[in-house]
Design a binder for this molecule. Structure first.
Ligand code: SAM
Ligand code: SF4
Ligand code: F3S
Length: 440
């Protein structure tokens, strides 16, 4: 394709994909191309895909099916598939779907403009590169003017037996701390105040140049005056160190929110998942952090119906959830994924889908009850809230506390409070998933 064009990007999956889409948009805009308001106006349609559960993958194929017609409507239109399904399925997508022009692996975002220019040359499959992540951070087209994602570490070496990420994102590689500091400093100058450092095991971070850890990196970033909140996602329980817990206690700009996926509360299942900790060790980690930084709120991920999970294993998961008192929980029915160890285990260990679904509902119900109680107890407290925008409820605004709780409030004279500002809100009522309050 030659000349400038309008593009549209559909993004699925985690924050890494969101950031990759922002990078893609930035690369295209730097060359004079523009975002299309709607798919109908676009010349180039990109699907930035997720492969973590089968649902995400099948959704891609059904969506793609809908766009074969879109492509025929106007000659010269281009469809590209990027992201984690692209990385894992590669050329097979081109074989099965003749209207897809190119497939671009996750390590190859910077080749996007070239892939589009050469779209007419089908078939195109641009593979993965696994160098240390270096990217053009000056060109990212961010979705917000005050919150930004910044890569700390790419890939994953853990090979948990259920997970595709090591196959879709490659080996673990940390970015140079000097690059990260330069990117965050530039963001600070542009007015960004909340930074989220990203990595599948972000707390395994080690600068390839200086050897500094995530705790040291966050401590250094805390010195950048304009940055009010530093978030980090996602941590692996086996790599939480006393040094990291101390940093949370010492540096209040590190957000009071810690996402630490447990996956299960049964030691037998954790072993089968290859998670490298027991439920007891997991709870000790929470204690270690809470001793140093008592106001940190944890959240977690759980998989139910993992092969071989008995009712007793599952009850241990419920027990862990009761003891941990998370601020929120994401729970998923196990989904067998290509290339993973668990997907090759015999059918005899499979948990029937209706049993897994019922367990999912029990996890969610227990967690709803915990959240309801926790949030009701917050009545009367005052939080600093970063205003994110309009709330769905009437004329209210919506914001987030450092501990990641959502707060709705009605400012007197709406125009006086804008998205991106920090305000203090006194909590008047707690609900299952959010709080309501008034400006303090
Ligand atoms: N790196 C993080 C970690 O170590 O926990 C999370 C990676 S994954 C992108 C996000 C969540 O998806 C996981 O924590 C897990 O609960 C869930 N997940 C991953 N693979 C899954 C699978 N095969 N079936 C169901 N859920 C899965
Ligand atoms: Fe997947 Fe495990 Fe790596 Fe997380 S740590 S990305 S769950 S392999
Ligand atoms: Fe999905 Fe890839 Fe993220 S598989 S969860 S988009 S790393």
């Amino acid at each position: 394709m030659t000349g400038t064009f309008k593009f549209h990007i559909d993004t699925w999956g985690c924050q890494m994909n969101v950031l990759d889409s922002e990078r893609m948009a930035g690369l295209l805009q730097a060359r004079g191309h523009v975002r299309a308001g709607e798919v109908q106006d676009a010349d180039v349609l990109l699907f930035n895909t997720c492969n973590v559960r089968e649902k995400a993958e099948s959704k891609l194929y059904s969506e793609l099916g809908l766009y074969s017609g879109w492509k025929r409507e106007r000659s010269g239109r281009v469809i590209g598939v990027t992201g984690c399904v692209a990385q894992q399925e590669g050329g097979r997508i081109l074989e099965n779907l003749p209207y897809v022009d190119f497939v671009l692996g996750t390590g190859n975002v910077e080749k996007l403009p070239e892939a589009i220019e050469r779209a007419a040359e089908r078939p195109q499959y641009l593979e993965f590169v696994t160098d240390s992540p270096v990217y053009q951070f000056h060109q990212i087209s961010r979705g917000s003017h005050f919150q930004a994602f910044v890569t700390a570490i790419e890939g994953c070496d853990q090979f948990c037996t259920f997970c595709v990420v090591p196959f879709t994102r490659g080996r673990e590689r940390s970015r140079r701390s000097s690059e990260i500091v330069a990117e965050v400093s530039e963001l600070a100058q542009k007015g960004y105040t909340e930074i989220t450092l990203l990595g599948q095991t972000v707390n395994a971070y080690r600068c390839p140049e200086t050897g500094i850890s995530l705790a040291e990196l966050l401590a250094g970033l805390s010195r950048i005056e304009e940055i009010a909140r530093l978030r980090f996602l996602t941590s692996h329980p086996a790599f939480v160190t006393p040094e990291f817990a101390r940093a949370l206690g010492q540096y209040p700009r590190i957000a009071r929110y810690f996402h630490l996926p447990a996956q299960s509360g049964s030691d037998r299942i954790l072993r089968r998942m290859k998670r490298r900790y027991t439920a007891g060790e997991y709870l000790e980690t929470l204690e270690l952090v809470r001793r140093e930084a008592p106001d940190v709120v944890f959240s977690s991920d759980f998989i139910v119906g993992f092969p071989g999970e008995t009712e007793e294993d599952f009850e241990q998961t419920l027990r862990l959830i009761r003891e941990a008192q998370f601020g929120s929980v994401f729970a998923f029915v196990y989904s067998p994924r290509p290339g993973t160890a668990a997907s090759r285990w015999g059918r005899e260990t499979e948990v029937p889908l209706e049993v897994a679904r019922e367990r999912l509902e029990r996890v969610l119900e227990l967690q709803r009850e915990i959240q309801r109680r926790q949030n009701e107890d917050l009545k009367g407290r005052t939080y600093e809230v970063l205003v994110e925008g309009d709330s769905k409820h009437g004329l209210s605004l919506k914001g987030r506390t450092s501990c990641n709780r959502i707060v709705h409030f009605d400012p007197p004279g709406r125009d006086r409070v804008r998205a991106g500002e920090y305000v203090h809100v006194r909590i008047e009522k707690g609900f299952e998933n959010s709080l309501r309050g008034a400006l303090a």
